[in-house]
Design a protein around this ligand. Structure first.
Ligand SMILES: C[C@H](CCC(=O)O)[C@H]1CC[C@H]2[C@@H]3[C@H](O)C[C@@H]4C[C@H](O[C@@H]5O[C@H](CO)[C@@H](O)[C@H](O)[C@H]5O)CC[C@]4(C)[C@H]3CC[C@]12C
Length: 830
């Protein structure tokens, strides 16, 4: 199959064998750390029989096969490959299973003058299973395009003068909090008959009862046909009940019946056998037998599948449409601990009894046109902007796949059920917590498919732009959840793996690293990350304050600001303790005590010091809005002192030094040194009258980064390396200083755009996009990091969602150009 180069689409060339996942050997010289990790890993995986939240001994193998995932937000996802396969499954929240289920296919049957003339599985595979089917479609006649949340597959049927286009649509719609939560995807097949005679066209959708795991053969699964008529619209298909003890679910394969369209089915067939029965059934008359009644329950060791077929006649030189859908209804979920039952968001609209698959199918097939209209209205202005390069349009929308395919869960919190973690003292202090959670639910996504922690906060800081710009209520809800955990503590002691010291899991008045592991009980037990004790991290608290103000600026939600204000004060009080010499600037502690968790930083630092000053500035701003004069005065004084210290300790005439420790790498050029300015700019707090960092210094630092970290690295074609020595050689003092972090690069590009270095910003970001989506073939699995020489780390990662901050920067610039208004005007609410 060919992936068309017509932008925006995706294209991959690299061989998986050329690429190395993060080699464990890079963890040396810390043999003690390795030993502690191994002991912990052994206990977790071999004794407790659970999986490790980061499994360094068992990385996910790179497969350059992925395309656009199916499904809305937080109801589970099924990713299809660009060859059309169903290959990545996340139905149990936050847990991935990477397996192509060969039974899951679309097959086309063409009939002319009452004779079947062509019947073909639309797959290039030639598997050993289902030998009775006609496999091996010639990939040269197929084309794939993806622009999330939609994808298009075009099949030119050889020798038939017929072209099929399958439009795959998932309900991922900005500012929509209902349809966006639905666990559905539709496949709209457009048939173009370019021949001089009519043709009968059938599209058969086959699906295995299960996701390709051992559970498919555990017995007790069964299928049944269904039809649902409502408001004059009828859909029909087969339900596949997957009856596991934990998180049972029902698939529906469905099609829309309308004048001229016939829907037929086969309730059950054996996907492990030759498949001849189903093949012959279709071949005979382009329809399936359509038996009534339920199938038998499967026996242990037996697997079952079903088929649904939609058929119509397309006139000579005419056009026809067949509409199919896939639905998965897993309304009630347990996380790995199995302690509590949770309801998914969509149960609010479709019930939680596990019988919603017919209604969901009906809804999807009768609403997809509206979804398409809304998606088009959202994407069109960006796609039609001739100033923007094609690669950017592809990157902006396609990186959004992680919003659903980040192990995402969106829970409903009904008014009559209060989760235990909301019954503590923290929750009581937040007056609008419950109204927000009841109205918009609870949202969590993984740090990465390989780093299984929900809402990793130092990383979400970057990704949060996508959430606040597209689903602001989910960002507000997430922030409320973080605020609750700030006010709570977990006194359980545990040993941290990197330093070996024992300390409690969570301190009061500090922001947690993450909200928990989906294989445990997230929200109830936070801080799944046990590499470092993050109570000492310097960035987490600041990132909370920065997001609170940014969210307020973009949403104008005054109740949110009021609720968050005491929490901001509490975390800033904790943070003030890190200003050990009382110079108005915090100091790092000589460990890797921030998001670069393997890059040691000591004393004042450009990254954390810059975030600190930005947060102090925002404290002044919030105090002003809330009329808290005392606090404003307190933080204004700190800001004055801190600004002076920052410039004195770190400014070297060209850029801000990495840190002030005077070590051999203190003068390294960090690509992320302007992170504080990035947030200030996003909130309109970068104007001359209110600037924290002198404009000339920021511009000079960004130009230096562009010259050194971008243009002197890999010929300027791979984005910005995290750390560069002033002589143009990457800083190899730590594993992470010589990496490129895709999400950091997109944030850097946004900062450049904010500061008027627009060409530089696009050039910088383009390097990452082309490296990941084109050269490394990592479409729909953008990693956290890669090195110059084809080493990558942590596939399918949260941080690259920061690309949406580039979009915010562009919108702000356009808004300012149109109306040079006073500072602090918000582009989302002009
Ligand atoms: C302990 C080693 C250092 C030994 C020494 O200096 O003597 C560490 C060297 C490399 C580390 C691993 C590597 O950095 C990748 C993983 C990072 C992961 O943390 C998440 O990743 C984000 C950064 O990419 C971070 O922002 C986020 O907050 C984290 O959740 C933790 C596991 C790593 C495998 C890490 C483990 C320690 C090293 C081996």
């Amino acid at each position: 199959m060919t992936r068309s180069e017509t932008a925006p689409s995706i294209w991959a060339t690299a061989n998986a064998e050329d690429c190395l996942s993060f080699p464990l050997a890079t963890a040396f010289p810390s043999a003690c750390w390795l030993w502690r990790y191994f002991k912990w890993w052994y206990k977790k995986t071999r004794i407790e029989k659970k999986s490790a939240f980061i499994d360094l001994l068992c990385a996910v193998p790179l497969q350059q096969i992925y395309g656009c995932p199916l499904g809305g937000i937080g109801g589970g996802t099924i990713t299809r490959g660009w060859r059309g396969e169903f290959c990545r499954w996340q139905l149990n929240p936050g847990k991935y299973h990477y397996e192509t289920v060969i039974t899951d296919q679309f097959t086309v049957c063409l009939r002319r003058k009452g004779q079947t003339v062509y019947q073909q599985v639309l797959s290039v595979e030639k598997p050993s299973a289902l030998q009775g089917w006609n496999w091996g479609y010639c990939g040269r006649y197929a084309f794939y395009h993806a622009l999330y949340p939609r994808a298009w597959m075009v099949y030119e049927l050889p020798g038939q003068n017929v072209v099929l286009t399958c439009r795959q649509i998932s309900p991922v719609i900005p500012h929509d909090y209902k349809d966006s939560s639905l666990p559905v995807g539709v496949f709209i097949w457009e048939v173009e008959n370019n021949s001089e005679e009519p043709v009968d066209v059938s599209i058969m959708f086959t699906l295995q009862n299960g996701t390709g795991t051992k559970g498919d053969g555990s017995g007790g699964h069964w299928n049944e046909p269904f039809a649902l008529q409502d408001s004059g619209e009828r859909v029909a298909g087969v339900l596949l009940h997957h009856c596991t003890p934990i998180n049972p679910f029902t698939f529906a394969v469905a099609a829309r019946e309308k004048a001229g369209t016939v829907i037929t089915h086969l309730t059950a067939f054996d996907p492990v056998g030759s498949g001849r029965d189903v093949w012959q059934d279709l071949l005979q008359d382009g329809k399936l037998e359509s038996p009534t009644g339920k199938s038998k329950q499967t026996q242990k060791g037996e697997v079952t599948a079903a088929a649904v077929c939609a058929s119509c006649t397309v006139p000579a030189r005419g056009h026809g449409t067949l509409e199919l859908a896939l639905v998965w209804d897993m309304p009630r979920v347990h996380f790995g601990s199995k302690e509590r039952l949770h309801l998914r968001r969509y149960t609010r609209f479709f019930g939680s009894n596990g019988d919603a698959a017919p209604a969901l199918s009906h809804y999807a097939l009768t609403h997809y046109k509206e979804w398409e209209r809304k998606i088009e209205a959202w994407q069109k202005p960006i796609l039609e902007d001739s100033q923007l390069p094609s690669w950017y349009k592809s990157a902006l929308f396609n990186e959004l796949y992680f919003m659903t395919d980040g192990g995402t869960i969106w829970l409903d919190i009904p008014p009559d059920c209060l989760p235990q973690d909301l019954q503590g003292p923290g929750a009581a202090k937040l007056s609008h917590l419950l109204p927000v959670l009841h109205e918009y639910g609870r949202f969590a996504y993984l740090e990465g498919q390989e780093y299984r922690m929900y809402n990793t906060y130092d990383v979400h800081f970057y990704a949060s732009f996508a959430l606040v710009m597209l689903w602001p209520k989910l960002q507000i809800s997430l922030q409320y959840d973080i605020a609750v955990t700030v006010l709570n503590e977990d006194m359980q002691p545990r040993q941290y793996l990197v330093c070996g010291k024992t300390a409690q899991v969570k301190l009061k008045n500090v922001v947690p690293h993450d909200i928990g592991d989906p294989d445990d009980e997230p929200w109830q037990r936070v801080n799944a990350y046990l590499m470092h004790d993050t109570a000492n991290w310097k960035d987490l608290n600041l990132k909370f304050v920065l997001q609170v103000y940014r969210d307020y600026y973009l949403t104008h939600d005054a109740l949110y600001l009021q609720d968050m204000w005491p929490v901001c004060q509490a975390v800033m009080e904790s943070e003030l303790k890190f200003d050990t010499d009382n110079d108005g600037l915090i100091e790092n502690g000589g460990t890797a005590d921030q998001t670069y968790d393997a890059w040691v930083v000591n004393g004042a630092s450009a990254y954390c010091g810059g975030l600190w000053l930005a947060a102090v500035r925002m404290m002044c701003e919030m105090a002003e809005v809330l009329g808290d004069t005392e606090t404003r005065q307190k933080y204004s004084a700190i800001l004055q002192k801190g600004k002076e210290s920052f410039e004195r300790l770190l400014w070297n005439g060209k850029y801000y030094n990495y840190d002030s420790s005077g070590s051999s790498t203190s003068s390294s050029i960090m690509s992320d040194q302007c992170a504080g300015q990035w947030f200030l700019g996003a909130c309109g707090l970068d104007q001359k009258e209110v600037e924290v960092f002198p404009k000339s210094h920021i511009v000079s630092a960004l130009k230096t980064i562009f010259e050194k970290n971008v243009m002197s690295f890999a010929g300027g074609t791979m984005g910005a390396v995290n750390g560069m020595r002033p002589d143009g050689v990457p800083d190899t003092s730590s594993v992470q200083s010589s990496e490129v972090w895709v999400g950091v690069v997109y944030a850097l590009a946004a900062t450049m755009i904010q500061e008027g270095l627009v060409q530089e910003g696009f050039h910088t970001a383009e390097g990452c996009y082309r490296t990941v989506w084109e050269n490394l073939g990592m479409a729909f699995q953008t990693p956290e990091a890669y090195c110059e020489k084809k080493v990558y780390r942590s596939l399918a990662y949260m941080r690259p969602l920061s690309i949406w901050s580039m979009q915010l920067a562009l919108e702000s610039k356009a808004h300012r150009a149109l109306s040079p208004t006073p500072p602090q005007k918000n582009p989302l609410h002009p």
